[in-house]
Design a protein around this ligand. Structure first.
Ligand code: HEC
Length: 121
């Protein structure tokens, strides 16, 4: 009996570690490959390019038509919404970029400006 309880506890602990560890890593430290993809979309792939209108020091971008993203520090969710639907004169990229590309871009901008990188509600 005692032995079984110990195994039960060990299994329970391992299950908890498996559930919490990856979620934590994702929320605080986005994957390098994802960030690099986001940067490439920002400076190059998005058409028109984000850098034409926005300043973002990590991307060596100095655009002045839209808000300076270093100052604005938009959360990943804010970037995601702006890029998907457009804001004012900023075009919507829905259909031009895939959902995966918009996710990578959103996490990248939030990460390099020190904002919340979580895409979950
Ligand atoms: C044609 C110029 C232009 C381009 C290209 C552009 N933006 Fe914008 N963006 C703007 C302007 C202008 C605003 C402010 C709109 C307003 O508040 O009316 C804005 C607003 C934003 C905001 C703030 C949204 C908010 O919640 O207030 C974010 C984040 C953003 N842009 C990110 C991006 C990203 C990422 C890209 C590339 C996919 C991009 N923009 C491309 C002009 C542009």
């Amino acid at each position: 009996m005692t032995h079984q309880t110990t195994i039960g506890r060990t299994v329970g602990f391992l299950a908890l570690a498996l559930i919490t560890a990856p979620a934590h890593a994702e929320a605080t430290e986005p994957d390098d490959a994802l960030l690099e993809e986001g940067r490439q979309i920002f400076v190059e792939l998005a058409e028109p390019q984000c850098a034409v209108c926005h300043a973002l020091s990590d991307a060596d971008a100095v655009g002045e038509i839209g808000p300076n993203l270093d100052d604005l520090q938009p959360s990943a969710q804010q970037v995601h919404a702006a890029v998907t639907g457009g804001v004012g004169v900023m075009p919507a990229y829905d259909g031009l970029l895939t959902q995966e590309q918009i996710d990578a871009l959103a996490v990248y901008v939030a990460q390099v400006t020190g904002a919340d990188t979580s895409l979950e509600d």
